[in-house]
Design a protein around this ligand. Sequence first.
Ligand code: ADQ
Length: 731
Amino acid sequence: MALPLIEKLTLRWFTRDISARAALVANALHDSTIDALASRDARRLVLLFDRTAQDERVFGIGLCGSDGGVFARSNAFPATLSCADAKQTAGLGDPRITLPGGAVLISRHPLAATENSEIGLEPTPELILLHDLSFIERRSLDTRRYLIAFLATLGFVVAIITMLVAQISWRGWIAGARALLRGDVVPVGPLAVRPELAPLAEELRGRLRQLEDEYRRARGPETGWTPERLRGLLHSELRGDEIIVVSNREPYIHDRDQQGVRVRRPASGLVTAIEPVMRACSGTWIAHGSGTADRDMVDLDDRVSVPPDHPMYSLRRIWLTPEEEQGYYYGFANEGLWPLCHVAHVRPVFRESDWEAYRAVNQRFADAVVEEARTEDPVVLVQDYHLALVPALVREKLPQATILTFWHIPWPNPESFGICPWRREILLGLLGSTILGFHTKFHCKNFLETVDRFIEARIEHEHSVVAVAERETFIESYPISIEWPHPTEGEWASPADCRHAVIGRLGFPEHAIIGLGVDRFDYTKGIVERLNAVERMLEKHPNLRGRFVFVQVASPTRSTLDEYRAFQQQVERIASRINARFGSGCYQPVVLLAEHHDHGQLIELYRAADICVVTSLHDGMNLVCKEFVASRDDEQGVLVLSRFAGAAREMHEALIVNPYHVEETADAIYRAARMSSGEQRERMISLRHTVRDFNVFRWAGRMLSDAARWRLRARVEERVRKHGLPEFDGR
Ligand code: ADQ
C-alpha cells in the first residue's frame, strides 16, 4: 500500500527537480540558440544541442520554429515527435511520454529577445527539452527493494521484541497470580498490591480450596487406617485373639480432691498413642495404679472398665509401694535408662538397689500378664523402657505368646548404652519379644549394633532378625502417631474464637503473634534452648517486642528427682529474665503455664497459636507436633521442629532446626512469625496429609500384621516339629 504512494511522491519531487534543471539548461542555451537562429545556421544548432544532450539526464533537444515545425533537433530527439504534440504534452499536469528507450519528461521554453538581437518572429520559437526519466524507474526499483528489505527486517525485530516482552510479562503475571492465590502480598509487577484485585483473588482462592477439598474427598484416605480396619485385622489375621497391653503409665488416673473423685488423663505420648488402639480392639491394659483414688475404683481383681464415660476395655492396676516406685520408676527407669537413651548431656545414675527394684517390679508386671491371659498364646504389647525385662519373663511362662515390645524413646549407640552395668540383662529381656519396635530405622540400627557388641547372638542384618538360643526376634521401625481427630459439629471452637479466648485470658495484645510450646517439664524437650532462641529473636528484631508472645505449657513430671526440680527452676529463671528484659507495662513476652492441661485446653491453645515450637534435644518421635498439625483444620500455623525428634523424618514441611544452635532456632521462629498465610497453608496441607495417613492405627496395624505373620509361621513350625520331624528324620 505504501509503495505506490512513495513512488508518486518521488516522481513529483523528481519532476519538480527536472523542471528546474530544464529551465537552467534552457537559459544556458538561450543566447547561443538565438545567435544561431539569427544566422539561420541549423547545423550549428544541432551541434550545440548534441553537446548539451551529452548530459545523461537530457535525452534530446529540439527547436520549434515560428512556422510550427522542428527547425533543429539533437540526434536523440525523435523524428516522430511533432512540435504541436510536444507543446501539448508539456502543458499537461503529467508531461510524460513513453519512447522505446523509456519514459521522458517534456518541457518547453520560449525564446525571448536579448539585448543584442531581436527575434521579431511570431509565434516565438521554443526550445523543447526531453529529459530522461528511466533513472527514476531504476531508483524507484532500488527504493522498492530497500523498502521491502527494511520492512521485513523491521517486522522480524519487532516480532522478536514482542515475543520477549510477552514472555517477560507473562511470567510476571503468572508469578503475580500465583502469589495472589497463595494470599501473598505482590510488591511489584502488573499484579502489584491493588485493592481492586483483592476480591477477585479471594474468590479464586476460595474456588481453589473448594476444588482441593473435592479432590481430597474423591480420593479418600490414602492409607485408610481406621479403628474399623484395625478391628477387622484383629478378627481376620489374628482370629480375634486376646490383646494385652502392659505399660507403666495408666491411661486413666482416679484422683481424690475436695470435690470427690476426678478422672485425669496423664500427659504421656505413650498413652496418647495406645489408648485409641485399645478402644478399637478391647482387651486388657495392665498398668501401675498411681492415682490417689485408684484403689477405690477397681473390682476385686483390681480391674476397672474404661473410658469411664463409655467403657470399651479393661484396665488392670498394679500396686507399687513407694519404695518400689522410687527404685524402679524414679531410680532405674528415669535416672538410669532415660538419660542413657536420650543423649541429652545429663548423666545416667545406676544404683544396685534401683536395679533390684526394677527387676522385682518387672516380675510383678509379667506375673500380671500371665494372670490376665485366658489363652496360652495371647498377643502381648509391652510398652517402653520401664518394662525391658517383661518380654523374657512372660516368654518363660507363656512360650507361645506373641510379644510385641515397643521402645518409645531413642536407642543410643553401643558406646553410650555400654555405660549401663546391666546391659546384658536388658538386652536379653527385650529379646524375649517376638517383635521389637522402634520409631526409626536409625534406632533399629543402633540396637542391632548394641546386641552385636554385648551378647552372643546370631544377627541376620538382611532380615533384621536377632536369634538368641534359636529364639528369634524381629527388629523393625514403626513410627508412632496419633489418632486423626474427627471433631463433631461445634466441638471445636473456630481458630479465631480460640485466639480471642487465649488473648483475653492471658492478657495479650490484640495483634499478638502467639508462639506455643507444649511439653512435660523434661530436660530432653529443649525448653531452655527454645526460650533462649525466643530471647535472641526479640534481641535481633525489636519490631516484634510488644507483639510476639510465647506460651510454654509444661506439666510437672518426675518432680521428686533433683534433676527435674533444678530443670524446672532453671526454666522459670530464664522466663523471668526474658520478661524483665523485654516486658513492659502489661506486656510479658513469655508466659509459663506449669500445669497439666486437659485435652480441650490443649486444642484451644494449638488452634490459637501462630507457631508451635518443638525443640527436643532428642526424642523418639514427639506427638505434640502431630497434635498441633491435626488440630489445624484451618490449614494455618507454622511448625518449628527439632531435627533430633523422630518426627522430623516424616514432617519435612516443618521449619527444621538444630535446637543447640540458638541463632538458627531464633531465625526459624522469626521466619515463622513472618510467613505468609499462603506458604503456611501449603506447608500445613502437606503436614496434615502425613499425620492423617500415617496415624496411630497404621502404627498398630503394621505391628499387628507383622505379628500375625509371625504367629502363622510359628504355628507351621510347631506342626512340623510335632508331626513332620519323625518322617523328615527318617525315624
Ligand atoms: P513423651 O516424652 O511423653 O512421649 P510426646 O510424644 O511429646 O512426649 O507426648 C507428650 C504427650 O503429652 C502429648 O500427647 C501431649 O499432648 C501431652 N502433654 C504434654 N504436655 C502436656 C501438658 N502440659 N498437659 C497435658 N498434656 C500434655 C514418649 C517419647 C516420645 C514419643 C512418645 C510416644 O518420649 O518421643 O513420641 O513417647 O511414643
